[in-house]
Design a protein around this ligand. Structure first.
Ligand code: C2E
Ligand code: MG
Ligand code: MG
Ligand code: MG
Length: 284
């Protein structure tokens, strides 16, 4: 009996593996098509300064609605894009689109920081900085508005190359954030060495921060660490007013989350910001 059950179990396992692989291949095929036809959209999630209570930046988040697959979340298709190499054309598109948008808003008098997610493969590419420079030139965006989000894991390999890349980006005037801070595999020692402007506290530490004293300790420590090293700190995944109070008491600089707004299509951003926050960074 046990043997039979074991066999069945194995079959189920094998079938589900095959289904998973087929599903992945199917998504990859559609993704290739979407990449060729540029069937993506960028949405923008506001980042709010906690002291001033105003929008100071946006994070560009990629959206894909496929006619056959429907909405596919970046959590699903970004890893497939990375494995298949599609992340290079997709990443280029994201960079250019986000820069155009920042420039357009700037020209309308709305001077706002633009956070752009950079995948490890993109970042480690030898011509990455050259690519960024070209896009800045092409779009005419002010590089000081750009805030590239990389993860701790990006900094694990080839530290010298990594340092050079970051240094070159900083020299252009670009800001650097560490995304999902606290969840990666690297040691804290890189913070000493690398020119980093902002730590983004991963949402997994914020989710239960009101109930969980361990999360409270972690979040409080990350805020202190950032400030002691002259970095800014943003909390991700802020969903309740209690969380805002907690973060405010601990002097967290900025927050981002569904409480304030989810990511919005570009066309809705100006209206939203004007309605919800009249003191948004307007320059004359
Ligand atoms: P991330 O960069 O950490 O982005 C934050 C994610 O948290 C976004 O999910 C956002 O919609 C979600 N989020 C924001 N506020 C809240 C909240 O209050 N509660 C909850 N539960 N979630 C919140 P999204 O858009 O599904 O993106 C998932 C991940 O996919 C991103 O995580 C990022 O790693 C990746 N990604 C998205 N767009 C791009 C892109 O253009 N390029 C690259 N390389 N990766 C991207
Ligand atoms: Mg991000
Ligand atoms: Mg994050
Ligand atoms: Mg993430």
């Amino acid at each position: 009996h046990a043997k039979e059950r074991g066999k069945n179990h194995y079959q189920v396992y094998e079938t589900s593996l095959r289904t998973k692989r087929d599903e992945r291949l199917r998504i990859e095929k559609r993704l290739r098509k979407a990449t060729e036809n540029q069937q993506f959209q960028l949405y923008y999630q506001p980042q709010v300064d906690l002291k001033e209570n105003k929008v100071v930046g946006f994070e560009a988040l990629l959206r894909w609605n496929d006619e056959k697959l429907g909405d596919v979340s970046p959590g699903v298709f970004i890893p497939i894009a990375e494995d298949s190499g599609l992340i290079f054309p997709i990443g280029d598109w994201v960079l250019e689109q986000a820069c155009y948008q920042a420039k357009q808003w700037y020209d309308k008098g709305f001077s706002t920081r633009m956070g752009i997610n950079i995948s490890p493969k993109q970042f480690q590419r030898p011509d990455f900085v050259g690519k960024v420079k070209n896009i800045i030139e092409k779009t005419g965006v002010n590089p000081s508005l750009l805030d590239l989000e990389i993860t701790e894991n990006d900094l694990l390999y080839n530290r010298d190359e990594c340092f050079k890349t970051l240094k070159r980006l900083k020299d252009i005037g670009i800001q650097i954030s560490i995304d999902d801070f606290g969840t990666g595999y690297s040691s804290l020692s890189y913070l000493r060495r690398f020119p980093i402007d902002t730590l983004k506290i991963d949402q997994s530490f914020i989710r239960e921060v009101i109930e969980n004293t361990n999360d409270q300790a972690i979040v409080t420590s990350i805020i202190q660490l950032a400030h002691n090293m002259n970095m800014r700190v943003i909390a991700e995944g802020v969903e309740t007013a209690e969380m805002v109070m907690f973060l405010n008491e601990r002097n967290c600089d900025e927050m981002q989350g569904f409480l304030y707004s989810k990511a919005l299509p570009a066309d809705n951003v100006m209206d939203f910001v004007n309605e919800k926050e009249p003191t948004a960074v307007l320059h004359s």
